[in-house]
Design a protein around this ligand. Sequence first.
Ligand code: TRP
Length: 332
Amino acid sequence: MPKEKPVSFSGIQPSGNLTIGNYLGAIKYFPTYSENYKCFYCVVDQHALTVRQVSAELRRCTYETLALYIACGLDPEKNTLFVQSHVSAHSELAWILNCFTMFGELSRMTQFKEKSAKHADNINAGLFTYPTLMAADILLYQTDVVPVGEDQKQHVELCRDVAVRFNHIYPDTFTIPEPIISQSGARIKSLAEPTRKMDKSDPNPNAVIYLLDDRDTIVRKFKRAVTDSDTCVKFAPGKDGINNLMTIYSCFTGLDFAAIERDFAGRGYGDFKLAVGETVADALSPVQAEFRRLMADKAYLENMMKKGAGAAAACAARTLAKVKKKLGLVLI
Ligand code: TRP
């Protein structure tokens, strides 16, 4: 079937602790994405099983992730938003792709090496084959582009290699996907160490503004943000802390650096930090209200999951049937 638009596929880890870095770097642009691409957003709950989970938390996080993305403006009418475990084709294709992925290739994955060092007591086979499930996610939808952070580039490249290998044996099976690496996510830095990217799993909670932080917490964290010994609000090389705060303020207000410098001329860092905190809190408040409304309406979220799963499954089934046929698995 010819495509109306190129396909974009993103996998989202089930976690309710998105940061303003995630928001400004990616989520904010989702509405424009759906104009140019047919977009799939998949909450990858089965990937989450590669590390030990508390069942009730994983379940809650799955709902929260969906609610938070919708609250940020991801329109479930214009995008296919679904949960990985609701579409069984993902794990079926993952098995098949395991048989076309080399032990050596998986052993070389940086994330596998890092995660097995971190979870030395649980180096399970799922952690090792994580990239083949990710490749299945992507390839099932004949995906053209995969927006990911820099850390996932290696996995998308492995997915390409596997798809090329498969197509070489069984021509014209998969579209070969391209990664789109978002640079802008890395633009927002930690409030405690402003040379490092704001990271949602930073052990220091004061370094990170979460989308669900309340007003007082946001204002307090900005007040404590690390800056330099200067006092003048001015964007300049080496002033990483103030540059970061100006970037955040600019993203939320639309003002450029010159305008910010003018507005805060003669006022100190204290005034500026308070303004940034209040602006961010004001901007997040409608997102948080919508999040709470959605979380109180489980029936709506479940209905949306069902619709998403139905639409995704229909696409995925076509690719899976094609793959099985090519392989010589009997279709009945
Ligand atoms: N591995 C990705 C991450 O940790 C999540 C993911 C799973 C993904 N499947 C995907 C991303 C498919 C893009 C495409 O962020």
